[in-house]
Design a protein around this ligand. Structure first.
Ligand code: FAD
Ligand code: NAP
Length: 547
């Protein structure tokens, strides 16, 4: 006889124990909701748990990323580098988890595979990969915008006899649950596929010791210096004392990074003025060059070309072989229309005798063979292949869950032509389902450490409001969803961001070969986004059908 499986029921389920999910779980628990979290990983940390490749680190200033909401953590925590490395970030997440005592609310090594809305009970019914089930009133996704690993579609991947790793599934140290396995490249021929932010971090580290390194580049990126430096104890004392000020500042900037845009238009400046500004920004640590430059950088082709030409000249200065330098200069997208990879001696790597750049734009990688990679009629013998090929971004991890709303409609189908949302937080026909740092919300095109936290606080307040008003059901109205979605697409279309296939664009190829390209992020700026959300809240959550 089949044993009946007991279904647990809780107020809220949070999917994901990354920096966003654990905070959401904590805040709801402290508000008195019963809350259960799940993560497929064996511990907290999300991005910082999975991405253990050598060289992985923040591109946001450490002190401007993280738990501002947890007043207890910042004063005690000590950052030692301006841009913390992954091991530090994972320690930070664990430290925060200890402070919140959050692990007791999570079931790890468990993936949510199914979430169906039951219209008779207004409850979500979830299936887990351990075979058990749970039901909840509120389903909160904190699955991460960059968590669904993307392997390239190249024939023969399984045939390779050497070692191969996707950067976000780097092998762990068996003796240290928080550590990465150290790989000795010194006697190895290594191939790296991909030159996005990840490839640009991993390549210089591998190049230091590899016998041979072959970089397979399909599209070059506009990369600029990270400029990492240690943070001294004295600086940390000062940072701690300015914590309220830092939070206020990053909350006021469009992307949540600690940079303010220059209020001039680049298209109206002189060559001397531009050269001076660009030089000073290039030498500045972090994203100044992207986020403190002229305010028309992402709206004026002229302004953008000025900066792109400046960066191109830097690449030509830093890479000795002119043919290689030209290959490293992007020709297909304006500066800053993809996330700018922050680099540390990246370009100099190509001056090393052990490093070779292979352009796979014209002739793509044909197949993975047992001994390496085949590109057209050229074969490359390799001992290790590193796939720095990125993620099925923003919607990828949601697509892996069978999510069905009212009428049994799959979310994947609802979003087939691009996401439709209200505030990037809720979707019509998917009541009580919230997507933190998801498509079309202002936390995704942002410093997630801060913007994700602020979003958690907003959603928690909404659930508190509903409880206070004896409401248990929330779903966007059609008109509100249509208006929001249209606005997101319109804001995006006014920028040069439309000219690049960055991870925040969903490209769909139709059977007749035509393509649609949809923005997956809200780009009008964090402060505007949060102000809009605050206004909605102050009008009793206008645009949501609450009952
Ligand atoms: P994540 O950290 O991605 O956590 C999501 C969690 O959900 C994961 O642990 C995953 O296992 C779990 N999950 C997903 N699906 C399921 C499921 N079905 N069932 C159970 N569990 C599930 N952003 C910045 O602002 N600044 C940076 O410097 C920066 N650097 C980055 C560096 C790298 C290498 C990467 C990949 C991203 C970086 N980002 C950065 C973006 C980063 O993803 C965010 O900063 C932030 O960590 C996201 O946190 P999160 O909690 O929203 O999601
Ligand atoms: P990505 O930007 O999507 O880059 C993936 C790379 O793989 C691209 O160069 C892509 O080429 C290449 N690629 C994919 N399939 C290929 C194939 N079949 N053949 C050849 N090349 C192929 O992914 P990512 O580098 O992991 O970065 C994603 C995001 O994560 C970043 O934008 C950033 O937001 C975040 N991140 C941040 C940091 C940090 O500095 N803190 C570090 C890493 C990641 P095409 O461009 O031609 O598709």
């Amino acid at each position: 006889m089949l044993k009946k499986v007991e279904t647990r029921s809780v107020d809220a389920v949070v999917i994901g124990a990354g920096i966003t999910g654990m905070y959401q779980t904590y805040v709801l628990r402290e508000m008195g909701f019963s809350v259960q979290g799940y993560d497929g990983s064996s511990n907290v940390g999300g991005t910082w748990y999975w991405n253990r490749y050598p060289g992985c680190r923040l591109d946001t200033e450490s002190y401007a990323y993280g738990y501002f909401g947890l007043k207890g953590i910042m004063p005690e925590w000590t950052w030692t580098e301006r841009f913390a490395g992954q091991p530090t970030m994972l320690r930070y997440c664990n430290y925060a988890a200890d402070k919140m005592d959050i692990r007791k609310n999570y079931q790890f090594n468990t993936r949510v595979t199914k979430a169906h809305f039951n219209e008779a009970t207004d409850m979500w019914e979830l299936g887990l990969d351990d075979g058990s089930e749970v039901s909840c009133r509120y389903l909160i996704s904190a699955v991460g915008p960059l968590s669904a690993t993307r392997m390239p579609n190249i024939a023969g991947i399984e045939d390779f006899k050497g070692e191969s790793f996707h950067t976000s599934r780097w092998p762990r140290d068996p003796s240290d649950p928080n550590g990465a396995q150290q790989i000795d490249f010194s006697n190895k021929r290594v191939g790296v596929i991909g030159t996005g932010a990840t490839g640009v971090q991993v390549i210089p580290i591998v190049a230091k010791s590899a016998k041979e390194l072959v970089v397979f580049q399909r599209s070059p990126n506009w990369c600029t210096p990270l400029g990492n430096t240690p943070i001294t104890e004295d600086e940390m004392v000062k940072l701690r004392s300015e914590y309220e000020k830092i939070l206020a500042f990053v909350s006021s900037t469009p992307t949540g990074f600690p940079y303010e845009r220059n209020n001039k238009k680049g298209s109206q400046t002189t060559p001397e003025e531009r050269a001076q500004l660009f030089e000073s920004l290039y030498d500045m640590p972090g994203y100044g060059i992207w986020l403190s430059g002229y305010r028309d950088l992402l709206t004026s082709k002229t302004s953008n070309n000025y900066l792109a030409e400046f960066i191109a000249s830097k690449i030509r200065q830093r890479v000795k072989d002119p043919v290689t330098a030209e290959k490293l200069i992007p020709k297909d997208h304006p500066f800053g229309t993809k996330r700018v990879p922050m680099e540390t001696y990246y370009y100099e790597v190509y001056n090393q005798p052990n490093v070779k750049l292979v352009d796979v734009r014209e002739t793509p990688i044909t197949r993975v063979t047992p001994t390496g990679l085949q590109v057209g009629d050229q074969s490359y013998d390799l001992d290790v292949i590193v796939y720095a090929t990125g993620f099925d971004a923003v919607t990828g991890s949601l697509d892996l869950i069978d999510i069905r709303g009212r009428g049994g409609e799959p979310l994947k189908q609802t979003w087939d032509d691009g996401p439709l949302t209200y505030l990037g937080l809720q979707v019509r026909k998917f009541p009580n389902f919230f997507t933190l740092v998801g498509p079309h919300n202002g936390a995704t095109f942002c410093n997630v450490g801060v913007c994700g936290g602020l979003q958690v606080e907003w959603v928690s307040r909404m659930l508190g409001y509903m409880r206070d008003h004896k409401l248990v059901y929330s779903e966007p109205l059609e008109e509100a969803q249509d208006k929001w979605t249209k606005q997101v697409y319109e804001d995006f279309s006014k920028t040069l961001l439309t000219e690049a296939d960055a991870w925040w664009v969903k490209v769909k190829t139709h059977p007749d070969g035509t393509q649609t390209r949809r923005a997956m992020v809200h780009v009008a700026g964090g402060p505007e986004y949060r102000k809009f959300c605050e206004d909605i809240a102050s009008r009793d959550y206008e645009g949501f059908a609450l009952r």
